[in-house]
Design a protein around this ligand. Structure first.
Ligand SMILES: Cc1cc2nc3c(=O)[nH]c(=O)nc-3n(C[C@H](O)[C@H](O)[C@H](O)COP(=O)(O)O)c2cc1C
Length: 381
């Protein structure tokens, strides 16, 4: 199997068939674990393969007990007694069936820094074992085997160490069952790439001239398939962030919506409005243009792009946009008013007065009429 395919296929499996796992497969998986990179090639790991029925049963009891502790005591969201029982039952009912457990240990065999630098080196060693653990999970997926990286057993470390005779200088890093899956769960949700990827600076979403290619790249990146609900949810989150003034967060959500559905005109339009509010008119105009390409009949987006052009001093383009907006929707009175302002700035008094007059005669919004009246007064019309 290709590496990317194994990465995408791997899931945490919590239901196992009792069928034994071939020795060669277990060894292939552990060899892959040992191929992981490690700081100074220190290889600070050790793996206990648990097959013996009695130890396995006791280990799974300890693991279940540790999970109970996590859910009921350690978690920031403790669950009620009956909920806890249900959860423990549902999720871990068949864990004891797993034919193999691998207890992954942190074994710091070689010191490679002086004592006073050991805190940093300790972290390196933890990172190294994490890399080995991930290799193990991926190699298992490659072999058609299920795993579940479990941290909860750390809450029963003393008992597990006692059960297996693990010495004091060795720490339990994690445990995984290893066996043929008896369930086939779908992918668990991941935060969309644009909410976690930054360009050049933290929180900087690409918005220069290559924005389209970034979005295309992000959209094409292997992710869980987007559903219409995902896109709707991202748009709703973006609007919420936008109206609460959290502009960078809103950009992240709208970019995520674009990555999930590059055909979403609303996502481009809304992101354009965030860029506009941030004062990045160039990026705003680019997004509005894309939204227009996707939805050419949307009069609002021409109006918005007109505002962006106006703010950039590109007055002729602004006039074109406002004209197009009014042509698509003759009740787009804001476009007449905005065009009147541009005409005024260009010294086209007659045209400005005509637009202001149209607004005064037809618009329903009192505020707009008031502004149109101000133009008339100012121009002496
Ligand atoms: C450090 C670590 C500790 C974990 N601990 C547990 C655990 O104690 N029990 C468990 O059922 N799953 C545990 N998991 C698995 C996660 O719940 C799981 O990876 C996550 O929900 C994503 O699902 P997926 O692995 O199917 O993609 C752990 C994962 C990691 C990386």
């Amino acid at each position: 199997m290709e590496t990317l395919a194994a990465i995408k296929k791997r899931r945490s499996i919590r239901q196992y068939q009792p069928q034994p796992v071939e020795d060669e497969k277990v060894m292939a998986v552990l060899e892959a674990a040992s191929c992981a990179p490690s700081a100074v090639n220190g290889q600070p790991w050790g793996f206990i393969v648990v097959r013996e029925l009695e130890i396995r049963q006791r280990l799974s009891e300890l693991i279940l007990g540790a999970h109970r502790t996590v859910f009921s005591q350690a978690s920031t969201q403790p669950v009620s007694g009956s909920e806890l029982d249900q959860r423990m039952h549902d999720v871990y009912a068949s864990l004891p069936q797993a034919p193999v457990y691998v207890v992954v240990c942190l074994h710091r065999k070689r010191a490679y820094v002086k004592q006073e630098f050991d805190q940093g080196a300790y972290l390196f060693d933890v990172e190294s074992v994490a890399a080995a653990m991930e290799n193990l999970l991926l190699a298992a997926a490659d072999q058609g085997l299920g795993t579940c990286w479990m941290g909860a057993p750390l809450f029963a470390e003393a008992d597990i160490k006692g059960l297996m005779g693990i010495p004091d200088d060795v720490t339990i890093f994690g445990v995984t069952p290893l066996g043929y899956p008896a369930e086939n769960p779908g992918p668990r949700p991941r935060d969309p790439l644009p909410t976690i990827v930054h360009f050049d600076r933290w929180q900087q979403r690409a918005h220069d001239s290559s924005v389209e290619s970034y979005d295309t790249l992000l959209g094409a990146a292997p992710q869980a398939a987007a559903t219409p609900q995902t896109v709707e949810a991202l748009l709703a989150r973006g609007q919420e962030s936008f109206t609460s003034g959290r502009l960078d967060e809103a950009l992240g959500h709208f970019s995520a919506a674009i990555a999930a559905d590059p055909g979403s005109a609303s996502a481009y339009r809304d992101r354009g409005s965030v860029y506009y509010t941030k004062g990045d008119q160039k990026a705003a105009a680019q997004d509005y243009t894309r939204a227009m390409e996707l939805q050419p009949q949307d009069s609002g987006v021409y109006y918005f792009r007109g505002l962006a052009h106006q703010a950039m001093g590109r007055l002729n383009e602004a006039v074109e946009d406002f004209t197009r907006s009014a042509a698509l929707n003759s009740s787009q009175w804001g476009a007449y008013y905005a065009r009147a302002l541009v005409y005024m700035a260009q010294g086209q008094t007659y045209l400005a007065l005509t637009d202001a007059g149209t607004v005064l005669a037809s618009a329903a919004e009192p505020q707009l009429k008031q502004w149109a009246q101000q133009i008339k007064t100012q121009l002496g019309g």
